[in-house]
Design a binder for this molecule. Sequence first.
Ligand code: GSY
Length: 149
Amino acid sequence: MARAFLGLGSNMGDRRAYLRDAVAALADVVAVSPAYETDPVGGPEQDPFLNVVVELATDATPRELLEVCREREAAAERVRRQRWGPRTLDVDVLWVEGAVVHEPDLVVPHPRMFERAFVLEPLRHLAPELIPADWVVPEDQAVRNIGEL
Ligand code: GSY
């Protein structure tokens, strides 16, 4: 069994429901971070996201986890009209214990996770040892803990 973390975000429609439904459908969930309301990072002007990080104890490979992420996005009838634009659900493989992957459609650990407050602040509740010692939330990435999902 490996420890693994997935990042989930939504900024369209009933954000909480999209996240709750996705988490409920995941196998091997060990813990769910508090939900964070977060400023959008990148892309066009858009509404704030709700983000959570989920911890799994899993035998799945990173690629199998990517498939799980895609299935959850499809189940949310993911709408995304623009690259980096608003979406009903985004699910990313963030980190898998012992795994380093560099493939065109899958990079693990996630290449931008250590720059993103919407990942690191929820992750801090589950795996504080993964947060860089010098990490501070950038001024342009406001995040607010809104409690249990
Ligand atoms: O990469 C995940 C999708 N995404 C997000 C997100 O989940 N939260 C915030 N705050 N900004 C984002 N920009 C993108 S793209």
